[in-house]
Design a protein around this ligand. Structure first.
Ligand code: SF4
Length: 344
């Protein structure tokens, strides 16, 4: 096992790591916090343009706290895991209400904010305030499991506890920012899931997985479980270049986003439209497709209907959106996909 893990990682990061990410270098916790939330479950390359748009629209915590949730979700549209955007917004308001608008330095206070778990709180504490804290995201779990030969699925509580203990024990007394960034960089750039580039790794001679050829076995895989399938029929109600959208409830999938009205898979779509207060002569079946969530797959069957007579004009939670205005709307990715195909 490498006895000088931290110092070698710090040296590698300074030489080969990433130093010009748009959230790096400043003393302001706001961009650090936004980036860490976006980086949960999303890779750096995908996050960068979203981060730039988001921070240009909401340049500081006060601007984010003052925004409507719709504006926040519109800028999150396409990034997925929308709960992150809602939590970010809720946390900004909490910081204004409880911390006078200043991002808290106290670790327990950081961790108590919506959407911030132990590892994200540690990353913010390290990068924004230089605190000596251990992170353990997916990349770090993989690096530590391979270098130190920690077997088992890291999502298992016992394995996770072992990795946390290991991560805490390896922390350096100086250079905590370079060390933490180095763990992230090594996991993203060298010790990748599919094809680790062991020949360029600072731990190539000591890493247990490399010495024993166990890169594919470590970390252990998630126990196999087939995702349950659900299905939904969606109604694309069209009227003079506009489409009817309904606001989703605040919790649950796509919470707070604008989506299409749904009906049962075996329902007659025109009868379903009538129940909503609209008459449509023809219902055209659009191509069906599947969308994967973390815990299930959703089979979506969209129907396009041209509304000839509208019984209900305006109701709270409903919106007629012009098909020319899709870009700025807070839409779930599959709904955007359907509407772009209709507009084409
Ligand atoms: S030697 Fe290979 S498996 Fe081990 S930490 Fe480096 S890249 Fe990962």
């Amino acid at each position: 096992m490498p006895p000088d893990f931290a110092s070698r990682l710090v040296a590698w990061q300074r030489d080969r790591g990433r130093h010009d990410l748009p959230w790096q270098g400043g003393a302001d916790p706001y961009p650090v916090w936004v980036s860490e939330i976006m980086l949960q479950q999303t890779q750096v390359e995908t996050v960068i343009p979203y981060f730039r748009r988001f921070t240009s629209r909401f340049p500081d915590l006060a601007a984010l706290a003052a925004a409507d949730e719709d504006q926040v979700l519109a800028l999150w549209s396409g990034l997925g895991y929308y709960r992150r955007g809602r939590n970010l917004h809720a946390a900004a308001r909490r910081i204004v209400a409880e911390h006078g608008g200043r991002f808290p330095e106290d670790f327990a206070a950081i961790q108590s904010l919506p959407g911030i778990g132990r590892s994200t709180a540690a990353a913010i504490a390290v990068f924004a305030f230089g605190q000596r804290r251990a992170i353990l995201d997916g990349n770090v779990r993989r690096v530590l499991a391979r270098v130190y030969g920690v077997a088992g699925w890291p999502g298992d509580r016992t394995v996770e506890n072992r990795l946390w203990t290991l991560a805490e024990s390896l922390l350096p007394t100086t250079g905590i920012r370079a060390y933490t960034q180095g763990l992230m960089d090594l996991g993203a750039m060298v010790c990748t899931r599919g094809r680790p580039r062991c020949e360029t790794c600072p731990f190539t001679d000591d890493c247990l997985a490399n010495r024993q050829g166990l890169q594919r076995e470590l970390p252990g895989p998630r126990p196999r479980k087939t995702l349950p399938e659900k299905s939904a029929a969606m109604l694309v109600l069209l009227r003079a270049g506009e489409v009817l959208l309904e606001k989703r409830p605040p919790s649950g999938i796509w919470g707070g986003l604008w989506s299409l009205p749904e009906c049962g898979e075996s329902d007659d779509p025109r009868a379903a439209a009538r129940r909503l207060g609209f008459e449509a002569d023809v219902a055209d079946a659009l191509p069906a497709f599947s969308h994967s969530f973390t815990h299930f797959r959703l089979f979506i069957r969209p129907w396009a209907l041209r509304v000839s007579r509208a019984g209900t004009v305006a109701e709270p939670g409903r919106l007629w959106l012009s098909l020319d205005d899709l870009e700025g709307a807070a839409l779930p990715t599959p709904v955007r996909r359907i509407l772009e195909s209709v507009r084409a």
